[in-house]
Design a protein around this ligand. Structure first.
Ligand code: NAD
Length: 285
């Protein structure tokens, strides 16, 4: 048996087609053009590439966007001041500060300064709290994309045992929470977990968010498990690969996401979804 591949690029394309219509209706009926402002600090090439991708995807969907660039020497105080001005600007619906930030700027101060109603990354503690209590809010984009991928294949989440490998604030922890909200039984594994394989081989759904190339092989899963590969690892030859040994795991999993064309395009799509939601003011209801 070979796993069905969940193609995130195709799914993202379909969702974005529908979003185009949603955006044009918003413009015609409400006179509101959703607007996303992205702030980037410093010269990190990977960050610059992510920001270009976000801006391109926004514009293709009819969402307007702008990018504010600062040198890495910007002070935390100045950055927070810019965010406060954007919070007050009625034309700006979504604010995203590209992470990571230089060491002298405290990420938690930046995140908490963004108005929760414009927090389209879903990282503000208020939105994280809402997610935890099961309210509608801006869900963090990568976890939201993962849930959307599972649902697109009508994969039953309720009652299933999901094992998350990784406990970061942007992927591991929130994806576990969203799966719990969908009534999965959730186990978190991480770098200090003993006997990782004992956990993963009992999983119906495995989410690999480790950041190490090809570490998850078929030995880590039971027959027919669903495997979502979040990892993006650049190899020495410049190619991208996930945390999952794709060709090997494909032989044992029932569903599998590739890298590239997997979770990545879905992350950007959920950012657009959150921006439209912010423009509609849904988060304030
Ligand atoms: P992170 O470095 O913050 O977290 C990695 C997690 O993996 C940690 O919680 C750590 O405890 C765990 N871990 C490390 N080694 C382990 C091991 N041997 N066994 C078990 N657990 C182990 O990374 P992150 O920000 O959560 O990102 C994870 C990966 O996902 C990275 O490759 C990143 O590039 C990628 N990512 C992809 C997207 C996307 O849109 N596809 C979005 C965000 C992150």
């Amino acid at each position: 048996m070979s796993a069905s591949i969940i193609n995130g690029k195709e799914l993202a394309h379909d969702i974005r087609q529908n979003m185009k219509e949603e955006v044009s209706q918003l413009i015609i009926n409400e006179g509101v053009t959703p607007h996303l402002t992205v702030i980037i600090v410093g010269d990190n090439p990977a960050s610059k590439s992510y920001v270009r991708g976000k801006q391109k995807a926004s514009n293709e969907t009819g969402i307007s966007s702008d990018v504010i660039e600062f040198p890495s020497s910007i002070t935390e105080e100045k950055l927070l001041q810019v965010i406060q001005e954007l919070n007050k600007d009625p034309k700006v619906h979504g604010i995203l500060v590209q992470l990571p930030l230089p060491d002298h700027i405290r990420e938690e101060h930046v995140i908490v300064t963004i108005d929760p109603a414009k927090d389209v990354d879903g990282f503000h503690p208020m939105n994280i709290g809402r997610m935890m209590t099961g309210e509608d809010t801006f869900f963090p984009c990568t976890p939201y994309g993962i849930i959307t991928m599972l649902k697109s294949k009508n994969i039953r989440i309720e009652g299933k045992h999901a094992v998350i490998i990784g406990r970061s604030n942007i992927v591991g922890k929130p994806v576990g929470q969203l799966l719990l909200n969908e009534n999965a039984t959730v186990t978190y594994c991480h770098s200090r977990t003993e006997k990782l394989m004992d956990h993963t081989t009992r999983a119906d759904i495995i989410i690999a968010a480790i950041g190490q190339p090809n570490v998850i092989t078929m030995d880590y899963l039971k027959q027919g498990a669903i495997v979502i590969d979040v990892g993006i690892n650049r190899l020495q030859d410049g190619s991208l690969t996930g945390d999952v040994d794709f060709d090997n795991v494909k032989q044992k999993a029932s569903y599998l996401t590739p890298v590239p064309k997997g979770v990545g395009p879905m992350t950007i799509t959920m950012l657009l979804k959150n921006t439209i939601k912010a423009a509609k003011g849904l988060s304030k209801q």
